[in-house]
Design a protein. Structure first.
Length: 266
């Protein structure tokens, strides 16, 4: 695994050592869902492909918050989930290079993904139908399309600028609170979407419970990143997330609720 620096950014020197071992696949997240770190995806992809590796990027946390150009990234596969970009739960996208998708066998079989079936063999339908077996989740697909249209109408540059301002403000305000430890780069140029923190002497689940009482919704836990939590020496964090529907007043309410946390556990 690629190493991590103390600020949550990747140690690309350790990447070079791993690439020297000629890996078949390099897979990484474009943006960390736990720390918000924006990883240099195009640079990692360039190095990995130069070493002969296939590259898969998890863009679930970047597509909702940043302008993402697959051609500029240069990856072989890119995956994202719809619910993180205002779409239905259970929806998602897998983008892949056509030559690779054509060479890959399907992992599910069923209606609509075959061209011809005989007792001695099967001819698959063309991509993408080859990978879409059975009755499709039409409503989810339509909902995801609407979410894409909605964000596109706003403009991802505007989304990024809006959330960047909120992250700057949140870092400034939470840094001023005693007993709060902020995690991640804490530099808006390499941070997107989330701000994770801990409160001294208070479990993140307790922090989240009190924030919930004040109508402030956060996520508490290991954020599906238990190895990262172990690396940080933590059992969990509290994570505040930002999107197009948040504004400065939400950060004010977060700060007020965190002051209540400190009062309760004083």
């Amino acid at each position: 695994f690629v190493g991590m620096r103390s600020d949550g950014t990747l140690d690309l020197d350790s990447l070079e050592a791993l690439l020297a071992r000629s890996p078949k696949l390099v897979a990484f997240s474009h943006v960390s869902n736990a720390l918000g770190t924006i990883h240099p995806a195009a640079e990692i992809t360039r190095r990995a492909r130069a070493a002969g590796a296939t590259v898969l990027i998890d863009a679930a946390q970047s597509v909702p918050h940043l302008p993402v150009d697959v051609a500029e990234l240069g990856c072989d596969f890119l995956a994202l989930s719809g619910h993180k970009m205002l779409g239905p739960m259970g929806s998602g996208v897998l983008w892949g290079r056509l030559d690779l998708l054509e060479a890959m066998p399907p992992f599910l079989t069923g209606g609509s993904m075959i061209r011809k079936v005989e007792l001695t063999g099967t001819t698959w339908a063309d991509v993408p139908a080859k990978f879409e077996a059975g009755t499709p989740a039409v409503a989810d697909a339509v909902g995801l399309g609407v979410a894409c249209d909605y964000l596109s109408a706003i403009g991802m540059d505007r989304v990024r600028a809006h959330e960047r301002d909120l992250i700057i403000l949140a870092i400034e305000h939470l840094s001023a609170l005693p007993g709060i430890t902020l995690l991640g780069p804490l530099r808006p140029e390499v941070q997107a979407g989330v701000l994770s923190f801990t409160v001294d002497g208070v479990h993140p689940h307790d922090v989240a419970a009190i924030l919930d009482e004040h109508n402030v919704a956060v996520r508490a836990g290991h954020h599906c990143c238990q190895p990262l939590m172990r690396e940080l020496g933590l059992v969990a964090t509290t994570r505040a997330s930002f999107s197009v529907y948040n504004d400065r007043s939400d950060i004010d309410r977060l700060v007020e609720a965190l002051e209540r946390v400190r009062t309760v556990f004083a």
